[in-house]
Ligand binder design. Structure first.
Ligand code: HEC
Length: 414
């Protein structure tokens, strides 16, 4: 019996690609989570004090909103209206849990499954894939315990706590950069902070809401410790959202995550993100602090100059040289490019990498059209190898490596 038409030999890489579709759910749930939370911050900031009668009813603030062709009337009561109304709608927390669970699933599918390629970088630390995964899980679990413990300990000293948390985040980035390749470091830091945010929902906001509801039912007041703790963690989540988002998108910013100063660059952008969030919160409260976005822009420009690869200007120069080469049809098709293209083809880069100019569609390594690296970085990757990518030191001469690097840098994304 011939069964060769049946997919008996499962292509696990193909299966992994499809499992990766959970990313869609992850992004959707994250948008809902961050969106709803940001919406309540916005509402809170826009509330106006009620009249004397409203105050007597326990109203803290209120405001009409125009949306979707109708007027909405938003009111905030700190301890709830006098009588517990039926059918109170609870803040939906499932989006936070869905975000975390789908995010952890992605961590398994993308990073743990191929930990040897995506987490381990032997040039950083020669650890096994299993150890890399264990460290990752331990960092998430211990990270939460440390964060939660310190936040409880320093309750009421919020400024000091903020400084200590920033130091912990910096130390984590530094430590992770000595354990994983830069990609692994970036995603692991994002996962750590995302776990803080989701942990706050599960272990602080949700229990606080339950306590508040029960207090109202029993005509008592909620324990002030919980009032304070939810405020504290609410502020943390507000400022963590933008930094975490940058880390999650980090592999698309290879000029940061692939640079020799990846962890420092990541931290600086995270701080810029938190500052921008502060700008928006203050703007909603009616104060526009232009110094923040202007300063943020200045910091980003300074960072860009610092991270600029020394040989970056070579790529356009090379492409221009190609364009003026009379024999070529397409821009960037000079003799140097042709030589690099030959090396790319003969060294077998295309079997692992997609590069439109070389008509290659390998998927073992990153898509080189998408990552768009500076030649100097390509030289380093090809010379030393990284993760599952072999070193070509013994196979290609330094000239050939330079040539293939200039080629990749000049044609990527065209
Ligand atoms: C056996 C498969 C394989 C071959 C052959 C291969 N690579 Fe790679 N390459 C990889 C993998 C896998 C990575 C990602 C490693 C990591 O990030 O951990 C990578 C990473 C890279 C990177 C860094 C991308 C980034 O975002 O940091 C560059 C540049 C690169 N390869 C260029 C080349 C060139 C040029 C060649 C040919 C000389 C080549 N590769 C051959 C598998 C391969």
């Amino acid at each position: 019996m011939n069964l060769s038409h049946l997919p008996l030999a499962i292509d696990f890489d193909y299966v992994r690609d499809w499992l990766g579709v959970v990313r869609w759910l992850h992004v959707m749930a994250a948008i809902m989570w961050v969106g709803i939370t940001a919406y309540f911050v916005l509402v809170d900031n826009a509330l106006e004090p009620p009249d004397a009668e409203g105050r007597a009813d326990g109203i803290e603030g209120q405001r009409y909103w125009l949306h979707g062709g109708g007027f909405y009337f938003m009111r905030r009561y700190d301890t709830g209206p006098k009588e517990l109304p039926p059918n109170v709608a609870w803040h939906p927390q499932t989006y936070a849990y869905t975000t975390w669970v789908s995010g952890f699933a992605l961590l398994i599918i993308v990073y743990y499954w191929k930990a040897g390629t995506y987490l381990v970088d032997p040039n950083v630390a020669d650890i096994s894939a299993g150890v890399a995964v264990l460290i990752s899980v331990a960092v998430l679990a211990l990270g939460w315990l440390v964060y939660d413990g310190i936040s409880r300990l320093l309750a009421g000293r919020e400024a000091l706590l903020g400084v200590i948390l920033v130091i912990i985040i910096i130390a984590s980035a530094f430590g992770l950069s000595h354990v994983y390749g830069s990609r692994g470091m970036v995603i692991q830091l994002g996962a750590l902070l995302g776990t803080w945010m989701a942990g706050n929902v599960l272990l602080v906001f949700q229990p606080a809401h339950r306590r508040q509801y029960a207090a109202k039912q029993n005509h008592t007041k909620m324990d002030p410790v919980w009032v304070h703790r939810s405020r504290q963690r609410g502020a943390h989540n507000t400022f963590l959202a933008l930094p975490v988002l940058f880390a999650m998108l980090g592999i698309h910013f290879s000029f940061v995550s692939g640079s020799p100063h990846a962890w420092q660059g990541l931290i600086i952008i995270m701080l810029v993100g938190a500052a921008l969030r502060y700008f928006f919160v203050r703007r909603q409260q009616g104060r526009v602090l232009w110094a923040i976005p202007v300063g943020a822009l200045a910091v980003c420009v300074a960072l860009a100059l610092w991270l600029a690869p020394p040989s970056a200007p070579q790529a356009p120069a090379l492409a221009k040289a190609g364009a003026t080469d009379g024999s070529s049809q397409t821009p960037g098709d000079g003799a140097a490019v042709a030589a690099g293209r030959r090396v790319f083809a003969t060294a077998g880069c295309g079997s692992c990498h997609t590069l439109a100019d070389a008509h290659s569609s390998g998927t073992v390594g990153p898509n080189l059209d998408q990552v768009k690296l500076a030649p100097q970085l390509v030289v380093q990757r090809v010379t030393d190898g990284i993760g599952a990518m072999p070193s070509f030191k013994s196979q290609l001469s330094p000239q050939e490596i330079q040539s293939v690097a200039d080629y990749v840098a000049s044609v990527a994304g065209h």
